[in-house]
Design a protein around this ligand. Structure first.
Ligand SMILES: [Zn+2]
Length: 263
């Protein structure tokens, strides 16, 4: 069931809320106090792995932190292009918090996607070559340019943890049960390694400590695509397409309070 509503934000301004396909209450009791649930819309390029991963974050961490959250994954059968993720989340989230999660792969519309995200205050979780890199970093460090190919990343991922032994075989790229447990056990390592990739970026001026993880106000003024892509900690003049390998997914975890802010 889809719901659309309006409500006033902290400044008394009327805010148009997104379509939330979830009927659970948006206020929860945490530590004896009523807390408003933070709703975050995340559009995914992929149709299986990323939505499953986001549901895992909801299930394991949605109620555990000081600010409860609920991610609304947005995806389509057969996936979306990067620029389509930005368009979809801009429409569905209305003025609620919005992220777009997409891969380098060999797409030709990455810069269009970033431009749209910057113009619409949609935060980015970009992975180069792919989201599979984020999964791999839970288990081992990884370096070396991949030019958009995930082949080596997936091969290594299959060798790391038994739960991922058949990852990607017969189309099984789901993140369920044992895979969720394996990720949870190694999450801190994944964040540290992803930050390490920012630090070791060949550009030379990229620093994970400069990454921005504050929730984005959709009404905020717009910035240049370069400034927007620098929320990752990479320098504004570090071209997105040569951040190889890299993944910004760790910023979503810090933003949601799943992982502590590290400076
Ligand atoms: Zn860089």
């Amino acid at each position: 069931m889809t719901r659309r509503s309006e409500q006033r934000d902290g400044r008394g301004k009327r805010r148009r809320r997104g379509h939330l396909e979830d009927e659970r209450p948006l206020v929860r009791r945490v530590g004896g106090r009523s807390r408003r649930v933070r709703v975050v819309y995340v559009a995914c390029e992929g149709e299986s792995t990323e939505p499953d991963y986001l549901e895992y974050l909801n299930e394991r961490y949605g109620d555990t932190g000081s600010t409860p959250f609920r991610i609304q994954p947005i995806y389509r059968k057969n996936g979306m292009l990067p620029s389509e993720t930005v368009e979809a989340v801009s429409e569905i989230a209305a003025e609620d918090e919005a992220w777009a999660l997409f891969d380098r792969d060999e797409h030709h519309d990455i810069l269009k996607a970033v431009k749209g995200a910057a113009a619409g205050n949609v935060d980015l979780a970009f992975s180069h070559p792919s989201f599979d890199l984020w999964l791999l970093l839970h288990f081992q460090a990884f370096g070396g340019t991949q030019s958009g190919s995930s082949k080596l990343v997936i091969e290594k991922l299959r060798q790391t943890d038994a739960a991922f032994k058949d990852y990607g075989k017969r189309g099984d790229k789901s993140i369920e049960a044992a895979r969720r447990d394996a990720l949870e056990r190694n999450q801190d390592n994944a964040v540290a390694r992803a930050r390490g990739l920012v630090k070791s970026c060949p550009h030379g001026s990229c620093a994970p400590g400069r990454a921005v993880t504050d929730p984005v106000d959709r009404d905020a003024g717009t910035r240049s695509p370069q400034q927007w892509a620098a929320r990752s900690g990479h320098a504004p003049d570090c071209p997105l397409l040569v951040r190889d390998p890299s993944t910004d997914v760790w910023r979503l975890l810090v933003s949601l309070g799943i992982h502590p802010t590290t400076r």
